[in-house]
Design a protein around this ligand. Structure first.
Ligand code: 5RP
Length: 237
């Protein structure tokens, strides 16, 4: 069953459920986006029904809608600028707990919420663990400056493509009203330097590189039998 769709779903569920178990009474938490986080929300809703008091800052319309459906009280970063923890998924995680996120186009709010949290819990199946970050880095850009930003993105050594919507003609529009430019890199030699360089480009709102959270990150790699937990103590310098 390893590697099958069912196995991946079971791993995601196990990771999501374990993360939901780490939420404590009265916490204000960041709610990430994606299929693994949806399992966390499902399990958390059961704990809320059993009396756990918690509120969540959603990072996308998808998460907000699901959390409302599951009876999880919502709040905002305006009302709660400091969060106890944030729980989110990832697309790639390297041995230093640096990540690429943004397949779901929610990377900007996800980074804001992770940065506001004391602790960042990342839930994933083991296909997300990589020895080196590589491939596509999603970048959110304002439509006004996307063309000029793409020129500068090319200068950083990637091939940039505006992400196309699936059930809509034209580009994906993010929850912030922007575009996503998927930047195909042949290699990412220094993820932190690339994240900084991307942030310097006018018109770039955020990138899906998350390289600054390793110290307060816990990664839960889902497994039906026993999840594997990685923290900064496991990072090889
Ligand atoms: C959305 C994200 C997701 O967290 C990431 O794509 C993981 O998703 P999934 O849990 O469905 O594999 O970054 O922008």
């Amino acid at each position: 069953m390893a590697g099958t769709t069912e196995a991946v779903a079971a791993a995601k569920r196990a990771a999501g459920y374990q993360a939901a178990g780490m939420v404590e009474d009265e916490m204000v938490i960041g709610l990430g986006t994606g299929s693994t986080v949806l399992y966390m929300i499902e399990r958390l809703s059961g704990r809320v029904r059993d009396g756990l008091s918690v509120s969540g800052v959603p990072t996308s319309y998808q998460t907000a809608m699901k959390a409302r459906e599951y009876g999880i009280p919502l709040t905002t970063l305006d009302d709660n600028p400091v969060l106890d923890l944030a729980i989110d998924g990832a697309d790639q995680i390297d041995p230093q707990l640096r990540m690429i996120k943004g397949r779901g186009a929610a990377l900007t709010r996800e980074k804001c919420v992770a940065a506001a949290a004391f602790r960042f819990i990342v839930v994933a199946d083991d296909t997300k663990m990589v020895s080196r970050l590589s491939g596509v880095v999603p970048v959110e850009t304002i439509p006004f400056a996307t063309k000029t930003a793409m020129g500068q993105l090319r200068g950083l050594g990637c091939r940039p493509f505006i992400r196309e919507a699936v059930k809509k003609d034209g580009p994906v529009i993010t929850d912030n009203g922007n575009f996503i430019v998927d930047c195909q890199f042949d290699e990412i030699a220094d993820p932190a330097a690339l994240e900084a360089a991307l942030a310097m480009i006018p018109g770039v709102v955020e990138s899906g590189l998350f390289t600054r959270f390793s110290k307060n990150t816990t990664v839960i790699i889902g497994n039906e039998k026993k999840c594997k937990v990685l923290t900064s103590a496991d990072v090889v310098p």
